[in-house]
Structure formats: structure tokens, C-alpha cells
Design a protein around this ligand. Structure first.
Ligand SMILES: Cc1ncc(COP(=O)(O)O)c(C=O)c1O
Length: 419
């Protein structure tokens, strides 16, 4: 494996517990740099926005720096394109309300069955409010990849918004975001991408993808509970935001309604400082290629980190896949071809013959192995796979800090549970 996992793990204080965290798609452990930023925020500059005094000035400096760092992480053109909020769901409900104003009865919105419900229900609500038609894109139940033919048919009807995910939080599929975005743009639609599940696993470049909006959540990438919305400057500027009168009309303030979770935003900056450390420490191999693509400074370090994580996680996926497919009675959902690991992240869902997913999760928990069971709000996925009525699936989701020993231990315990 290409990362020094012992050194990586030393950056995560909570990994000292005698637990194996495979619950990462539900939330990762926090990096030391992030927890440190949160604590320092409270000790050194806890204040409200835009005051005339020192703590407020220092607080604003941190908030501005967090916008700049997040713009660097996503390669956004400018920090004003970064909007912080409670979480991805709340930001999506917020922005979708503004986009709804631009729609007319009969307009079409495209959603997919592979998405988390946070990138489905907000659009269903928009459709209900505005009398729009919703088109669902299906996925192939064999490998859980989106049906691009469905997109083509849906796009021929010139929808106004196309909402889809970067990676599935249920079955790990990575979608061809650039390709779908190009197709959607060619038909005149706006593109809204849920990158919550992808952000901890690989590099994101909103400019090269060409997306209009992209959302993620820092508690899934080693930071605290805070959501992030990227929006193209002209769109965020033109759209009417639902906000109170004294709040600014400029970006990003017009979208950051109410007093923000300042300590959380400081924590996002800390999480990105962790990535920067990782990039500087382990990203050497990636540097030349990324420089050629024009990344410099912090943008380069952050891309080195995410690219190194992605490369490392191919090996993690390979090991997990081999381990899980060796368990008697285990039915894996999603991509299981070891030659197609570049189409997935190390998030694997399965059922065990004759065992309810909750009982499997409990039996693993009894051995200090933490996994999720159920639908993890990817309701359309579990419904389409026909497992919703039987307790969903067990989900094992690795992060780059998981070790091969942990995967081996998971295999041993699962074999015992499977009988
Ligand atoms: C793919 C995906 N999208 C959206 C969400 C919702 O994110 P949040 O909890 O920040 O609202 C999640 C959370 O599990 C997710 O995994």
C-alpha cells in the first residue's frame, strides 16, 4: 500500500480506540488538525461576524480562509463560490427553493435511483411546488451503474435541472460526472452534483468537470458536521436567495443565512490542513502530472493528497472485494469486477443469506467492528434492489486510514457470523 498508514493514523486521535471503523460513509473520524482548529476557534476568536473588535476580525479571517481553502480543494474559480451551511441536505433544500422560482409548470427535472435521498427529495418537492415533471434515471441492478441511455432519452426532452451523485453512498459506484455534465449542458440543463460520498476518496475539480453546483459535507472527509455548496459565481449571483433583509446581497453571504457554525467552518479549514499535510508527505508521485494540469500552491498539495488517497484506495477496494466475495452466503451488490475498481470507491454493501442486516451489524459491533445497515437514506437504491423490505443491506465503507489487518479481521468475523 502506497501511504504510510501508521503515520496517517497518528493524525486521528480517535483511532486509538479498540474499534474498527468501517462506518466511514456515514461519517469519518476527525483529523487532529480539524479538532485543533475547532478548539482554537473557541479559545482565541469566538465572536459574531463583522464586528469592530479583535475577536470578530480574527473570526472573519478564519471564515474567509476556510472559503479560500475549500475553493482550493474543489478548484473553484473564486472563494465567493463556496457557501457553508449546516449540512448537504439543508443546503440543497435551500438552493433548490431558489432554483424552483426559475421553473414553470411542465418543466422537467432529472433525478437518479442511485442517489442518496438528499439529492432526490428536494427536487421532488420543487416539482410538486412548481408543477414540474420528474424523470428518473435507472441503474443496472447487476453492477449498479447508471444507465446512460436513460440520460440520453431524458435529455432529449430538454430538462431544466439534472441532479445526480458523484459516488453512491450505498454501493460505491463512481459516476462519469464530466460526461453526464457535458450531455446535460448540451441539452441546456443545469447540473447539480452530490459529491458527499466522493470527497473523502478522490480529487474533485469543479472547473474541469464543468458542473454548475456541487455539494459535500465535511464530516465525511475528516472534519466536523458542516456542509459545503459550490455554485458557479454567475448563477449564485443571479439567483434570488431566501434571506433576511440586513444580510448581505453579495456572495457568499447572501446564501449563508443566519449565524453560521463558525467553529465548524474553522474545523473544515483544519480538515483541509490535514489533506495538505497528506499531500506534502505522501503526494510526491502525483506532483508532476498535477503540475502539468496547472495546479499550484495549496491547490496542488490538496490535489496531491486526494490523488494519493484515490490510488491507495484501489488497493483497499481490491482487498475488501476479495475478502467479502470469499464469505459463504454473501451477496454483494454493485461493481464486483476487480478490473473495474476505478469505477468505484471502497464502499461495499451486501446481504448474508438467512441473516437480517441489523443482526449482522450487531454481531460485528460485538467484535468492535462498526458498520451500517439499512438503507442509509439511499432509499431508491434499496427499493430498486428489492432489499428495502428485508432490512436493506450491510455496508462496509473503508477510508484511507483503514488497515489491511482490519480488513482481515472483518473477514474472519464475517465468516464466523455466516456460519
Ligand atoms: C451521498 C450522500 N449524499 C448526501 C448525504 C447527506 O449529507 P448531510 O448529512 O450532510 O445532509 C449523505 C449522507 O449520508 C450522503 O452519503
Amino acid at each position: 500500500m502506497s501511504l504510510d498508514i501508521t503515520q496517517i493514523r497518528s493524525q486521528f486521535p480517535s483511532l486509538d480506540r479498540p474499534a474498527i471503523f468501517f462506518d466511514n460513509p456515514g461519517g469519518t473520524q476527525i483529523a487532529r488538525q480539524s479538532a485543533g482548529r475547532i478548539q482554537r476557534y473557541f479559545m482565541e476568536c469566538n465572536a459574531n461576524h463583522e464586528g469592530a473588535f479583535e475577536t470578530s476580525r480574527r473570526s472573519d479571517e478564519i471564515l474567509n480562509e476556510a472559503h479560500a481553502a475549500m475553493a482550493d480543494f474543489l478548484n473553484a474559480a473564486r472563494p465567493e463560490e463556496i457557501v457553508f451551511g449546516n449540512n448537504m441536505t439543508t443546503l440543497t433544500l435551500h438552493l433548490s427553493r431558489s432554483l424552483a422560482r426559475t421553473l414553470s409548470p411542465g418543466d422537467e427535472i432529472v433525478v437518479t435511483r442511485l442517489d442518496h435521498d438528499a439529492n432526490i427529495s428536494p427536487w421532488l418537492l420543487v416539482a410538486e411546488d412548481r408543477g414540474c415533471k420528474v424523470t428518473w434515471i435507472d441503474f443496472d441492478v447487476e453492477d449498479c451503474t447508471l444507465k446512460l441511455d436513460d440520460f440520453e432519452k431524458a435529455l432529449a426532452r430538454k430538462p431544466k435541472i439534472v441532479a445526480f451523485g458523484y459516488a453512491s453512498n450505498a454501493v460505491g459506484t463512481v459516476n462519469p460526472v464530466r460526461k453526464i455534465t457535458e450531455m446535460a449542458h448540451a441539452s441546456g440543463a443545469l447540473v447539480y452534483v452530490d459529491a458527499v460520498q466522493y470527497a473523502p476518496h478522490g480529487p474533485i475539480d469543479v472547473q474541469s468537470l464543468g458542473v454548475d453546483f456541487l455539494v459535500c459535507s465535511s464530516y465525511k472527509f475528516f472534519g466536523p458536521h458542516a456542509g459545503i455548496l459550490y455554485g458557479r459565481y454567475d448563477l449564485l449571483d443571479e439567483l434570488k436567495a431566501y434571506k433576511v433583509r440586513p444580510a448581505p446581497d453579495s456572495l457568499p453571504g447572501k446564501w449563508e443565512t443566519g449565524t453560521q457554525n463558525h467553529e465548524g467552518i474553522a474545523g473544515v479549514l483544519g480538515a483541509l490542513e490535514y489533506f495538505e499535510w497528506l499531500g506534502k508527505t505522501f503526494g510526491g508521485e502525483q506532483e508532476e502530472g498535477l503540475r502539468e494540469r496547472g495546479y499550484r500552491g495549496r491547490r496542488l498539495e490538496l490535489k496531491k493528497a486526494s490523488t494519493a488517497i484515490r490510488a491507495h484506495e484501489f488497493e483497499v477496494s481490491r482487498l475488501l472485494l476479495a475478502t467479502l466475495t470469499g464469505i459463504p452466503g454473501l451477496r454483494l451488490y454493485g461493481l464486483a469486477d476487480p478490473r473495474r475498481l476505478d469505477e468505484r470507491v471502497p464502499t461495499f454493501s451486501f446481504t448474508l443469506a438467512g441473516k437480517h442486516p441489523r443482526l449482522v451489524a450487531e454481531a460485528l459491533a460485538a467484535e468492535n467492528i462498526y458498520v451500517w445497515d439499512g438503507n442509509y437514506y439511499a432509499l431508491a437504491v434499496t427499493e430498486r434492489l428489492g432489499v428495502e423490505a428485508v432490512g436493506g443491506m450491510v455496508r462496509v465503507g473503508a477510508a484511507h486510514y483503514n488497515t489491511s489487518d482490519e480488513i482481515e479481521r472483518l473477514g474472519e468475523v464475517l465468516k464466523k457470523i455466516a456460519g
